[in-house]
Design a protein around this ligand. Structure first.
Ligand code: ATP
Ligand code: MG
Ligand code: MG
Length: 551
């Protein structure tokens, strides 16, 4: 943020502090626990926690849990994990909107007593009809002028479970002719005969989002309540409740543009559909744009935070190129990921002039510039594996790998020359017999002819059998959910390729899950945190070395 000009929220906060309107900044991140967090939420997390950090304030994690029908404890747990993983700390204990149900209920009674709320018996269909449209004012409900006593009695009956779901609701009495439809007597409590993940069976009436949100902000002393632009039209209602209730503080709402990414869907509802219909293997599938999926894939918290910094904060909606996220992922891994070698599709190489049974240990740098990363030990032996695609019987000059009769350098090791090819009955090459020049460690061959290519390899005697999963974009359409398209029809059919007979350098036996590595010449990978065993790990490709989608 040192190099970037301040965004509008930083400016607002700076002025609020300078002019004494606010003495200590307090923000909150308020997810509804109805799904896992995705990359869009990361923008809101980085913004809210980031502003608190920057201005020496606090940021709460508050579960906006007013709809028990869609919420679950599993989601609560995953959201906490993901916020912590991103590297943020919430202020004194997790908050729940449901912690305030008693207070919110009292405030509903307050509005009733002030003649500012009433129990309405319109059916949901009737209520829709009475609400009017953008161009036509609404009409007053015939129940709007009930007495305070009657409203108190009916609301009590609602609370005691004596009414059916949908039979009636509590509405704020504002203005059915207001140009802003949100002010046309919004529902503030509805009946839901359903247990809640935090409050159990205590309640069968639940507050609406609009009634709960600003009041929860006030209870927590939130100074800047930051939400996405679709809540701009709710702001007059947010302010109406704050003005008409004896709340302990006066929070203010500010809106910013949500993150949209091409080739991606960022909607919990749609992501849940991908999970429920089996298009992916759970919310944390490495193809998912969820934080847990990205984490499992090997994306680092720093990459996501850098990305959020790079896209900035504005008030105009736009679509960000997913290539920008990929750039941040690659950039962070390039700087920090230890290097390793892994052969994805092995071809056996026998070094005919290297003693049988001998194993020597070569060494290789952990990283080309980071000398704080430990040096690797590479066992070298008579039988090795190289990539199938790194050998050809014949090739033109552009092919800088191993060719029959020619030389190539083995990365971090010696120069070899291919002498003979062994094929199976079907004509497939199963082995290349080579000679090794043991005078070439770190130096050119004695004849002074430097081999053109360098290829990666592993020792057949001392390597790790593994599975490698190559992921591609989940969607093949840049805007899979736009313009009424069914996003499920645009899932990329080639979004996963599983390679099962891979051979990794021995050091990768001890790879920690989620720790990123650059498999030299292949891309960035991490050990899967869910599948695989101690002696046969699974590695996920986080991202290739270069953007293969750029045309
Ligand atoms: P979804 O549409 O995925 O259900 P939501 O907004 O309903 O998203 P919440 O759990 O209410 O999900 O979101 C918590 C916070 O994250 C809110 O303040 C919301 O504005 C913000 N948020 C959600 N999606 C995005 C996004 N794509 N970009 C920026 N902020 C987002
Ligand atoms: Mg929401
Ligand atoms: Mg939602």
């Amino acid at each position: 943020s040192e190099s970037k000009p301040a965004h509008f929220l930083q400016n607002i906060i700076r002025e609020d502090l300078a002019e004494g309107r606010v003495s200590q900044v307090a923000t909150r991140f308020p997810p509804e626990p109805n799904g896992y967090l995705h990359i869009g939420h990361a923008k809101s997390i980085c913004l809210n926690f980031g502003l608190a950090e920057e201005f020496g304030g606090t940021c709460n994690l508050r579960f906006d849990d007013t709809n028990p029908a869609k919420e679950e404890e599993e989601y609560v747990a995953s959201i906490k994990r993901d916020v912590e993983w991103l590297g943020f700390e919430w202020a004194d204990g997790v908050k729940y909107t449901s912690d305030y149900f008693d207070q919110l209920h009292d405030w509903a009674l307050h509005l009733i007593r002030e003649g500012k709320a009433y129990v309405d018996h319109l059916t949901p269909e009737q209520a829709r009809e009475y609400r009017g449209t953008l161009t036509e004012p609404g009409r007053n409900s015939p129940y709007r002028d009930r007495s305070v006593e009657e409203n108190l009695a009916l609301f009590e009956q609602m609370k005691n479970g004596e009414m059916e779901e949908g039979e009636c609701s509590l509405r704020a009495k504002i203005d059915m002719a207001a140009p802003n439809i949100n002010l046309r007597d919004p529902v503030i409590y509805r009946i839901k005969k359903m247990a809640h993940h935090q409050t159990g069976d205590k309640w069968c009436i639940y507050p609406s989002y609009d009634f709960a949100h600003g009041q929860s902000d006030a209870i927590e002393g939130i100074t800047h309540s930051i939400c996405t632009l679709e809540f701009e039209d709710h702001k007059p209602l947010y302010d109406w409740f704050i003005e008409n209730l004896p709340v302990p503080a006066r929070p203010r709402q500010y809106e910013f543009a949500r993150l949209n990414l091409n080739y991606t869907v960022v909607s919990k509802r749609k992501l849940k559909q991908l999970v429920d219909e089996g298009h992916v293997d759970g919310w944390d599938d490495p193809r998912m744009p969820t934080l847990s999926g990205q984490r499992r894939r090997g994306v680092t918290p720093a990459a996501i935070r850098n990305f959020c910094e790079m896209i900035g904060v504005t008030r105009s909606d736009s679509v960000v190129d997913v290539g920008m996220l990929e750039y941040c992922i690659r950039d962070d891994l390039d700087k920090n990921a230890p290097r390793a070698m892994c052969v994805l599709e092995p071809l056996k190489v026998t070094l005919t002039n290297y003693p049988e049974g001998q194993v020597e240990t070569l060494s290789a740098p952990g990283h080309p510039v980071r000398d704080d990363l430990p040096t690797r030990e590479l066992p070298f032996s008579r039988t090795l594996y190289i990539e199938k695609e790194d050998f050809r019987e014949e090739a033109n000059k552009k092919y800088k790998r191993l060719v029959l009769g020619k030389k190539v350098r083995l990365r971090n090791a010696y120069v070899i020359q291919a002498e003979e090819v062994i094929k199976d009955d079907s004509g497939e090459i199963v082995e290349v017999r080579c000679s090794v020049d043991l005078d070439t460690l770190g130096v050119d061959p004695a004849d002074g002819v430097k081999p053109k290519g360098v290829i990666h390899w592993v020792s057949a005697d001392r390597s790790v059998d593994c599975e490698v999963r190559l992921y591609d974009r989940l969607f093949e359409d840049p805007a899979p959910a736009s313009g009424g398209k069914n996003f499920l029809e645009h899932v990329n059919p080639d979004n996963l390729k599983v390679l099962s007979g891979c051979k990794a350098e021995i050091g990768l036996a001890g790879a920690a899950p989620e720790q990123g590595y650059q498999f030299e010449r292949q891309g960035y990978f991490c050990r899967d945190n869910k599948y695989g065993s101690a002696d046969r790990p699974v590695f996920n490709r986080t991202i290739g070395l270069r953007d293969s989608w750029a045309k």
